[in-house]
Design a protein around this ligand. Structure first.
Ligand code: ZN
Length: 137
């Protein structure tokens, strides 16, 4: 899954919040942490992209693709912790999908699935920060 994490080194250099090595260093163990916490047997393919085009005017930072079991997350001008929170959120959707809990209304603001993804992502970030205080600075 990590082969997909950094898609384009040249694009990375334009908005250089983090080096490629730093992103690998931060994201790889975090994905493992999420996988364990969420008990994900089938880890989605994760791809970091500079910017995601949203629906209409709505900006999108990340999404989970159900048929592909894949996650895309944007990194441009975002703090690594923000990227990680997005990843955790989308991985909760992956778990919901594996459990057959997603339907066509799941993506709507305020749906039970959205609320669960937000709250579990918050829990994961708190546990992660506790175990990795140095990475959160
Ligand atoms: Zn969501």
């Amino acid at each position: 899954m990590l082969a997909d994490v950094v898609a384009d080194k040249y694009l990375m250099r334009e908005h250089q919040l983090y080096s490629v090595d730093q992103i690998r260093e931060y994201i790889a163990p975090f994905l493992k942490f999420c996988q364990q916490h969420l008990d994900l047997a089938r880890m989605p393919r994760v791809t970091l992209v500079k910017k995601l085009s949203g629906m209409g005017d709505q900006p999108t930072f990340a999404y989970y693709n159900v048929p592909e079991n894949s996650v895309r997350v944007s990194y441009e001008n975002r703090h690594i912790a923000d990227v990680q929170r997005s990843l955790a959120h989308e991985l909760v959707h992956a778990r919901q999908n594996h459990l057959g809990q997603l339907d066509r209304n799941s993506g709507k603001t305020g749906s039970p699935q959205e609320n669960q993804a937000n709250s579990v992502a918050g829990e994961i970030m708190r546990m992660w920060a506790k175990q990795n205080p140095d990475l959160m600075k």
